[in-house]
Design a protein around this ligand. Structure first.
Ligand SMILES: NC(=O)c1ccc[n+]([C@@H]2O[C@H](COP(=O)([O-])OP(=O)(O)OC[C@H]3O[C@@H](n4cnc5c(N)ncnc54)[C@H](O)[C@@H]3O)[C@@H](O)[C@H]2O)c1
Length: 289
């Protein structure tokens, strides 16, 4: 089990809600936290409360959809605390205004995918370089139950964005062999946070959400902490349900007798060396900019 004491964690979208609750738990366990968000007043106030008894936290305005901001966030953690061990990629929105019959609006549809999905891709790419330099680390993203199950017309873009986070997470089984980085995600069911205020306009869907059971935020936090501390957790999607945590098992095989999964295992072995070379080049490029 990893002891989180003195580890340094970078969190996106942690000025409030689930991200803040995870930051609280990390601080309680003795970790340093570096928070990036677009809600500057909330983020600064949170960090000031953590630092009231000695420096343990830092805040920076950081739009998780931008490489430049991700780089500044992770570099702040390195400058303040000497390196990055943990990344919590949590920034997200749910707005259901961009449903199937909304007006055609590029920016509306792109925003949902950018904040919920592309931010995880960009955050992971930057995090991996910092962690490789450190000798390893662990990334946990916030997906959703909507990342594993179909939902409703109103929630279709959100559902698509969260399926993407699950697929992305499940693509890094080789990473521990390449640079000792584990990648996992937590999939919460509905949680009472400000995110749900977007779903209070009185539509039948909003009523469905308000009547649905909720996952306690402490269960979600327990999910994050489990994935951070338990080094055997690799590529896991951990459901945070109203009645507790549950690992979502991946489908086994390829649903086809014509496909032999051992081919992929062979490829894994052969590709680790090539990925290590690519990582070395990426680090050189990153350090020279
Ligand atoms: N609340 C739920 O029911 C629920 C269920 C499943 C998954 N989730 C996921 O949990 C995560 C956290 O949501 P929450 O419920 O705590 O909601 P929240 O609205 O309280 O928190 C989201 C945080 O993300 C930040 N954020 C938004 N866009 C950003 C950007 N571009 N860059 C940086 N930060 C940005 C917000 O400012 C906010 O601090 C999201 O990814 C959400 O999709 C929430």
């Amino acid at each position: 089990m990893t002891n989180l004491q003195n580890k340094t964690a970078v969190l996106t979208g942690a000025a409030r809600g689930i991200g803040k609750a995870v930051a609280d738990a990390l601080i309680q366990k003795g970790a340093n936290v570096v928070i990036g968000d677009i809600l500057d007043d909330e983020g600064k106030a949170l960090v000031a409360s953590y630092n009231a008894n000695g420096k343990r936290a830092a805040y920076i305005h950081s739009d998780a959809t931008k490489y430049k901001d991700n780089v500044a966030l992770f570099q702040l953690a390195e400058a303040e605390f000497g390196g990055v061990d943990i990344a919590i990629l949590n920034a997200g929105i749910i707005s259901h205004s961009n449903n199937l019959f909304a007006p055609f609006d590029d920016s509306l549809d792109e925003k949902m995918m950018d904040i919920n999905m592309t931010s995880v891709i960009k955050g992971t790419k930057v995090a991996v370089l910092h962690m490789a330099r450190r000798g390893g680390g662990v990334i946990v993203s916030t997906a959703s139950m909507a990342g594993l199950y179909g939902s409703t017309v109103e929630l279709a873009p959100y559902t698509a964005s969260k399926h993407a986070v699950v697929g992305y997470t499940r693509s890094f089984d080789m990473l521990p062999s390449v640079c000792n980085v584990r990648v996992n995600c937590v999939c919460p069911y509905w949680v009472e946070t400000d995110l749900l205020s977007d779903l209070k306009e009185g539509s039948p869907f909003d009523t469905l959400v308000s009547k649905s059971p909720k996952t306690k935020i402490k269960t979600v936090v327990e999910g994050f902490i489990t994935l951070l501390e338990d080094e055997t957790r690799i590529g896991q999607t951990l459901l945070a349900l109203p009645d507790g945590l549950k690992v979502h098992d991946r489908p086994t095989g390829y649903e086809s007798t014509a496909v032999d999964p051992s081919h992929v295992q062979e490829y894994f072995k052969e590709d680790v060396g090539r990925l290590k070379e690519q990582l070395a080049q990426a680090l050189e490029r990153y350090e020279s900019t």
